[in-house]
Design a protein around this ligand. Structure first.
Ligand SMILES: C[S@@+](CC[C@H](N)C(=O)[O-])C[C@H]1O[C@@H](n2cnc3c(N)ncnc32)[C@H](O)[C@@H]1O
Length: 276
């Protein structure tokens, strides 16, 4: 694990967000003065959800939704952990007034940004802050995802997105979210979810050094850093298949991602489409 990553994980969630703002301040200032940035795109210092090109990645996820999760202009979409609007921004160009977008997240700054910059322009886009504990993102509460009831009625959504979400959650939290997904998804709906999946083939790749990821096993789940519980979490494939069945969700596509060396990966992480 690199030294910068180690230092990064030693900071509190808020400390990490402040460090990021300071680090990117010169770039963001130049950008503010000289560029014509779309006002819905946050400055780099505010993007707390990870590295990579914010706009390109948002477009890429929408492309996956269009090709594999039945997204169309009239879809009713739920973005579980919408972050700071990475997927919401490109969806504003896809959804018509007959469609809708709902997103929730535990980081208030991200939701505030979306409510200030996106919701006033698109009345069918709604963003909610929920207070739940996550080692990497929010230590302001002890409330756990494993007890959380999504604030939406049954059978509300055609399309549900969780990108880079279950890679930050423990098994009991994942199980609760799967049961909630089943509850709020319409029959025939699709859910696109990304994971780090471990199976025998991938374990062999790790052992032979063909992927530089080395997860530490805790049974059904494994951690990249054994001291940070909710940062990079991988799951055993047979455990995932069991819990999909338990919550009556059918995996109609499993595509292994580029992280484990699959050049045909649709994404860096593994992509699964779940159907109800
Ligand atoms: C890597 S980011 C991905 C954000 C977004 N899905 C995207 O692709 O831009 C993970 C997100 O999960 C949120 N998060 C972590 N635990 C959560 C929980 N239990 N419920 C809702 N959001 C959570 C974090 O605040 C963060 O925005």
């Amino acid at each position: 694990m690199g030294i910068l990553r180690t230092i990064y994980y030693k900071l509190s969630p808020r400390g990490r967000r402040i460090a990021r703002r300071i680090y990117y301040f010169p770039v963001d200032l130049c950008d503010y003065i000289f560029s014509q940035r779309n006002s819905m795109i946050p400055p780099k210092g505010k993007i707390f959800i990870g590295s990579g090109d914010f706009e390109q990645q948002g477009l890429h996820i929408c492309d996956l939704l269009l090709k594999h999760a039945g997204l169309n202009e009239n879809s009713h979409i739920l973005d579980i952990r919408c972050g700071i609007g990475r997927v919401a921004v490109p969806l504003t160009g896809i959804l018509s007034k007959n469609g809708s977008y709902d997103g929730f997240d535990i980081v208030k700054e991200g939701i505030n940004w979306c409510n200030k910059k996106i919701a006033p322009k698109f009345s069918n886009f709604h963003f909610k802050h929920v207070e739940l504990k996550n080692d990497l993102y929010n230590l302001n509460t002890e409330d756990k995802a494993k007890n959380f009831q999504f604030p939406y009625p049954d059978n509300s959504f055609d399309c549900i997105i969780l990108t880079s979400v279950f890679t930050h959650m423990m098994p009991e939290d994942v199980e609760n979210y799967l049961s909630q997904i089943h509850r709020v998804m319409k029959p025939g709906g699709k859910c696109l979810v990304t994971f780090f999946i471990l199976n025998e083939t991938i374990t062999q790749l790790m052992v032979s050094g063909k992927t530089h990821f080395k997860f530490h096993s805790f049974g059904n789940y494994s951690l990249l850093d054994k001291n940070v519980k909710e940062a990079n979490v991988a799951f055993q494939e047979n455990y995932l298949l069991k819990i999909f069945e338990k919550y009556q969700l059918k995996a109609s596509l499993i595509n292994y991602g580029k992280w484990s060396g699959n050049e045909n990966g649709l994404d860096f992480q593994d992509v699964i489409i779940l159907e109800k």
